[in-house]
Design a protein. Sequence first.
Length: 473
Amino acid sequence: MATRTIIAGVTVVDVRTGGLLPDSEVVISDGLITAVARAGTTPRTDHDDVLTPGPVFVVPGFTDSHAHALNLTEPDGTLALMLAFGITSFRQMSGSSDLLRRRARDQLGLPADSPALTALCGEILSPANAATPAEARETVRSEAADGADFIKVAAVSPYTLTAVQREAAAWGVPVAGHLPAGADPRAAARLGFTIEHLGPGIPLLAACSTDEQAIRAQLRSGSELRLPRLPRPVLARILTMALPRVVVNPTARATDSSIALLQHALDTFDDGEARELAQLFVREDTWVTPTLVRQLTSQRADIPSFRDDPDLRYVKPGTVRFWTRSADHFSKKYTPQQHATFAAQHDTELRLVKIFAEEGVRMTTGSDATGAGWVIAGPSLHREFDLLAAAGVDPLRILQMTTVDAASLVGRSEDSGTIEVGKLADLVFLARDPRESAAHLHDIVGVVRQGRHYAPSDLSALREGVAAARSVT
């Protein structure tokens, strides 16, 4: 049996600087990188496994920093598909006390062909467990005690969000998720909030508007959550039953008045205001995971190309039918003018992401797989790369967002995110230079996960295995 794997004759990409180390070799032992040297300079033994993949560019494995794979009843196929598309780690954005406790006992049971789990939260904070600030604080304490890496918030009031952030800070646990409609993102940033989905919705756009105060006042007037007075377990069951229809396309919940307010925010969007917000995020070390692919598939769910996507072969037919019905409903529900507003929202969000990139806001790549309509785990992260490129983000910055920056977000810079001695041997081989174009991130000709090499034929077998399994279920 080989004691070491030597990947020889490759070009190593320094993702921090964009520099290249041509004609190099990477030495791997026990799943760790033990040397990065000039090709041929590492003494060989008879037990070494020497790989010569050809003139490829070697980068750290990709990270999907916003995923929900572990919420699936049978996640193995989804995890394998993610790995087949170069994703060697993921941040799980919805957890449970059961998942946290199983992880603590090292009993998550992830399959061999799986990305690494880098961060896990507890239950998402929602009206079921955080209807009031007091209830939210109780939930934060419970999740922190269970070992949550972060607290995830979704549908809470602005007042509750502040209570969550302060309680989480007392426990030393970060907070990430959705900004409430009436919340000021500056205040949330000052308390250490990580923003998912560019809000979602209006909060960030309002902060970039020349009429922010008027928009914020309207948002605050409808920001209080009004729910039936039911026992918490009953309310939790109701919300769980409703969740798939909400998650598949949150934009489809928009009302005439909220769309009109959104259009006003778009009409008054100002680059200068956006840059001021970006600069505050830089000062406060605020992280943003844009999930542009998730934004596009909800804001423009009826784009015909989604229905014709060849990657739908990786999705169960019943799920495809559900997505199609949802898209049909979305298409018919709104007027052409309202659909134009949604399209303008997407364009403005691309503009905002470019400003964030130019100003140096810390960002990572995430796709919101799984559950979201037309978001296919694995390919969805590559669509995120393309959308970031369409926004005008530099190819090297996109590569950094999915490698070194993703590791930094979850406090894993010591063991991942770059190709250096002592780091995990999670690598992707690319046929073309990723610094030249984000499209080159698609040209995967090999993956290494925990030191195990997946050749192109192995990656194809993973993809075909998932497609075959899902074609009959």
